[in-house]
Design a protein around this ligand. Structure first.
Ligand code: ATP
Ligand code: MG
Length: 392
């Protein structure tokens, strides 16, 4: 019996995908799966009608492929399928070999027949295969809550056998929902915000503002590391690094103290918009969450946003800190985010920041500044880095 004829069947969940949309979606997903499997010895990724197949070789590291497939955005679930001859002995042997590396005490076999000329009925196949497995492995049958299910499909040409379906991450393939520019700070929240957008199919580009030489370079290193982690699902990622110290100095010397942080934010937003235009991103993304800190009251969010010309998306707006932390741990960014760094917005922070600054108050406070000259000057110092994820 040759068991080498096996492959992964990958399912996606979004309903209502039709015609051209579906082809676009599937092509992106197939491309992303290929990117995620780079460096493994899989054989081929192929699109079939409403599913994607990953063919493997005899000695492909199956566990590694499974690990990576679990992280591909847009995969709802997948299973490793063994194809065998349409004969009951071959089916029984394949099921037994499939069972070899599984741990379970109870099992159930479920059979579907497309080929109605097959000499046994579906319940007969299930009971024959189940009986054989029980006899050979010393396990028990459980029709209601088995530890492991075996699925047997008998089609016109062959029989297909597989066990547990594995859950994917869900969401949409990166790239089907356009591009966003994520304001990445090095803290806990913004990487989680980025991840949520990537999961909905948006390609993320990153921007980070730093205050070196007033602060050390820790925030830069952290942001690059965070972007690397996020590029496991975002793939090739661009990071724009903006030297912000001089502009901050100007704000500190020229404007009223309580508005500092909000004026930093407005300037960051203006610069980010310019970079978004360069990078062809259609929206900005921040890690803001309602009322988490003084700059994130509804009034302040509104006053920052008043100068924005493209949408500012805040996927964490309704999340509690504990929920954000749990997510950061799950996606692997928490440990880096919690290493010490000084954010540029924590520089020269007043003792009593304004919690309810109106749009007109900020407009007035800024009136002394030559905004476009300051933005232009800052744009000149921007550097771009490109990062990608490494499985090593
Ligand atoms: P985070 O954990 O993401 O740093 P936070 O709770 O510390 O967020 P703030 O410092 O008020 O909140 O920042 C709010 C948002 O503004 C951040 O989530 C991020 O999107 C953006 N931001 C703040 N500082 C920077 C920075 N230095 N560079 C880029 N974006 C920033
Ligand atoms: Mg922060």
């Amino acid at each position: 019996m040759n068991l080498s004829d096996k492959y992964f069947v990958i399912h996606y969940a979004e309903v209502g995908l039709k015609g051209k949309n579906r082809v676009f979606f599937e092509k992106k997903l197939a491309r992303n799966i290929r990117l995620s499997l780079q460096g493994t010895d899989y054989a081929e990724v192929k699109r079939l009608h409403d599913r994607i197949i990953v063919y493997v070789n005899d000695n492909t590291n199956i566990k590694e492929i499974e690990k990576r497939l679990r992280r591909v955005m847009g995969v709802a679930h997948f299973e490793l399928v063994y194809r065998t001859k349409k004969e009951i002995t071959a089916i029984k042997e394949t099921a037994l070999q499939l069972a070899a590396d599984k741990t379970y005490e109870t099992l159930k076999v479920e059979t579907k027949r497309t080929d109605k000329t097959f000499p046994m009925t579906s319940p007969e196949v299930s009971s024959e295969v189940g009986g054989y497995l029980i006899q050979k492995t010393g396990t028990k049958a459980d029709m209601y809550d088995p530890d492991l299910r075996f699925w047997v499909n008998i089609s016109h040409n062959d029989a297909y056998i597989y066990t547990d379906k594995q859950r994917g991450i869900g969401g949409l393939p990166v790239g089907v929902s356009g591009k966003v520019l994520v304001m990445l700070s090095g803290g806990i929240d913004s990487p989680v915000a980025a991840w949520q957008m990537i999961k909905r199919g948006a390609k993320a580009v990153f921007i980070h503002f730093y205050s070196y030489p007033y602060t050390d370079k820790a925030s830069l290193e952290k942001v690059i590391e965070l972007a690397c982690i996020l590029s496991e699902s975002n793939y090739r990622s661009e990071v724009y690094l903006v030297p912000f110290a001089e502009l901050q100095q100007t704000i500190v010397t020229e404007t009223p103290t309580p508005f500092r942080v909000l004026l930093y934010r407005r300037m960051m937003t203006r610069i980010a918009q310019r970079v978004a235009a360069l990078a062809e991103a259609e929206a900005l993304v921040t890690g803001e969450s309602l009322a988490q800190v003084a700059s994130q009251t509804l009034t302040n969010l509104r006053s920052i946003e008043a100068i924005a010309e493209i949408p500012i998306l805040r996927p964490l707006i309704g999340f509690d800190k504990v929920e954000i932390i749990a997510k950061a741990e799950e996606i692997g960014t928490f440990d880096i985010s919690t290493q010490p760094h000084q954010d540029c917005c924590s520089l020269f922070v007043p003792k009593h920041p304004a919690t309810h600054a109106s749009v007109s108050e900020l407009d007035k406070a800024e009136a002394v500044l030559d905004i476009s000259a300051l933005v232009d000057a800052t744009m000149k110092g921007i550097e771009k880095q490109v990062v990608s994820f490494s499985y090593e």
